[in-house]
Design a protein around this ligand. Structure first.
Ligand code: NAD
Length: 491
């Protein structure tokens, strides 16, 4: 059992109201933690601490390499505790240990990547028409950043937000999901040990509707960086409009896997299963729409369904677990409702479609890997993000049809093309309106490359140099090189 408080101005503090909330293991609903439950008053104090740290503290003013040293120490501390963090995220979110171990390693890499980026060439220099002026651009920290994250990658999402924000010299107030606060609480202990000055990063806990909303409306906040669902993203964009905050939004998706008939079917089945069922399908970039060229459809779906039924579903802590429970009973019910909807809409259920309730599964949020065939673009299960282990299958004949189906969505987060004809693969991926794409692969993600979507999948990019720029303001500096008077007036 873990007891967790909020972190404000370098101290661990309970909620001002004294309120707490229980945290559950989604494998059996047992209580695994009790954490502080903040409200708007806690947000006020956290923003004030961040404001002071940014406006008067050493962090934005110190050498960037000194900031990097703190991040590198945090990376070392985290790396020494990968197993501990993997276990916390598995207990909290349900995902298998092999997945949460990968997330923790990625978080270490992300901290090191941004620590390494701070002293690399940045900015631009201009030759302007006036020979007596040298014009150039510097990037400066933006200020106090409200950072709001979801539950599907608790530690990794926190580090994706904190690492570039802190590297660039900003101050942060971060809020995790009420479902999964435990690993970020532990990570703040490491930031403290790494020597982060008081007030530079502050942790508030509580629901989005109160704590999150207070944070994004707060006049002391300069930027909102949000990852989560579209409905919340819309509210956040509206709330941030009050003081014209800089915003970046990483939202949902309904991403296509496009498979042409020249592929090795077993290889493509392997990737497309991973595309949808990795992390129980609770992945914003999940390849949740499978588009198959007609000639291979029958063979492909038969092998796909057979393989999906062999996925090892178990409590995430169990050796060899490949899919764990969904994060909460409410989320599981939402996914099951979509499965019912799929049946009503006339899609053909190939496998899964049910909750697992026998024996060890009885108290957990386990849903079988589900594949619907004979789907059409009009169906809601094809258009709406389910965020669970549910795959829809559609058929196409021509390259043009594949592109049209792939783009027939309001989202534009990710896409994969499987095809041995390299020219065709490139043509199709270039025509797909999505920000993260793969050819003959799906999901590998790199701290060096930008992450984010087109259309309703978001605004801005995380990771890579793009991710650092999101946390900076651009300032132009013009230097007069001439000594004498110009003689503007009275000549
Ligand atoms: P959510 O939108 O319900 O919540 C995300 C976070 O926002 C939580 O911390 C929540 O408390 C907070 N929040 C909710 N309403 C808010 C409000 N009005 N003001 C301020 N904060 C608010 O999403 P979720 O259920 O936690 O996560 C699932 C969603 O996240 C999916 O749609 C998924 O696609 C998306 N997601 C996107 C990415 C990406 O990189 N694009 C990554 C992971 C998850």
């Amino acid at each position: 059992m873990r007891i967790g408080n909020m972190y404000r101005d370098g101290s661990w503090v309970p909620a001002l109201s004294g309120a707490t909330r229980e945290v559950y293991d989604p494998a059996d609903q047992s209580v695994i933690g009790i954490v502080a439950e903040g409200d708007a008053a806690d947000v006020d104090l956290a923003v004030a601490a961040a404001r002071t740290a940014f406006d008067q503290g050493p962090w934005p003013r110190m050498a960037a390499t000194e900031r990097a040293a703190v991040l590198l120490r945090a990376a070392d501390l985290l790396e020494a505790r990968l197993d501990e963090f993997a276990l916390i995220d598995t207990l909290d979110s349900g995902k298998p240990l092999r997945d949460s171990a990968g997330d923790a390693s990625d978080a270490v890499g992300c901290l090191r990547y941004y620590a390494g980026l701070v002293d690399k060439p940045l900015g631009q220099v201009y030759n302007v028409p006036d020979p007596d002026t040298q014009s150039f651009v510097v990037r400066e920290p933006l200020g106090v950043c409200a950072q709001i994250i979801p539950w599907n990658y608790p530690l990794m999402m926190a580090v994706w937000k904190l690492a570039p924000c802190l590297a660039a010299g900003n101050a942060s107030v971060i809020k995790p999901s009420v479902n999964t606060p435990l690993s970020i609480i532990r990570f703040f202990e490491l930031l403290e040990e790494a020597g982060l000055p008081a007030g530079v990063a502050n942790l508030v806990l509580g629901p989005g509707s109160t704590v999150g909303q207070a944070l994004v409306e707060h006049p002391g906040v300069d930027k909102v960086a949000f990852t989560g669902g579209g409905a919340s993203g819309r509210k956040i964009m509206q709330a941030a409009a009050g003081t014209f905050k800089n915003i970046s939004l990483e939202l949902g998706g309904k991403s296509p896997c496009i498979v042409f008939d020249d592929v090795d079917i077993d290889v493509a089945v392997d990737w497309t299963l991973f595309a949808i069922f990795c992390n129980q399908g609770e992945v914003c970039s999940a390849g949740s729409r499978l588009l198959l060229q007609r000639g291979i459809h029958d063979d492909f779906v038969q092998r796909l369904a057979a393989h999906a039924q062999r996925i090892r579903i178990a409590r995430g802590t169990e050796e060899g677990a490949e899919m764990g429970p969904l994060v909460s009973p409410e989320h599981m019910q939402r996914v099951l409702d979509y499965i019912e909807l799929g049946k009503q809409e006339g899609a053909k259920l190939l496998c899964g479609g049910n909750r697992l309730t026998s024996g060890e599964f009885a108290k957990g949020n386990f849903v079988a890997p589900t594949v619907f065939d004979h789907c059409t673009s009009e169906m809601r299960i094809v258009q709406e993000e389910i965020f669970g282990p549910v795959l829809t299958v559609q058929v196409f004949d021509t390259e043009e049809q594949a592109i049209a189906l792939a783009n027939d969505t309001r989202f534009g987060l990710a896409a994969g093309v499987f095809c041995r004809d390299v020219s065709r693969a490139f043509r199709v991926i270039k025509a797909v309106r999505a920000g993260i794409t793969w050819i003959n692969a799906y999901h590998p993600t790199f701290n060096q490359a930008p992450w984010g979507g087109y259309k309703e999948s978001g605004i801005g990019r995380e990771l890579g140099t793009f991710g650092l720029e999101e946390y900076t303001e651009v300032k132009q500096i013009n230097v007069n090189l001439a000594d004498g008077p110009v003689g503007w007036f009275g000549n």
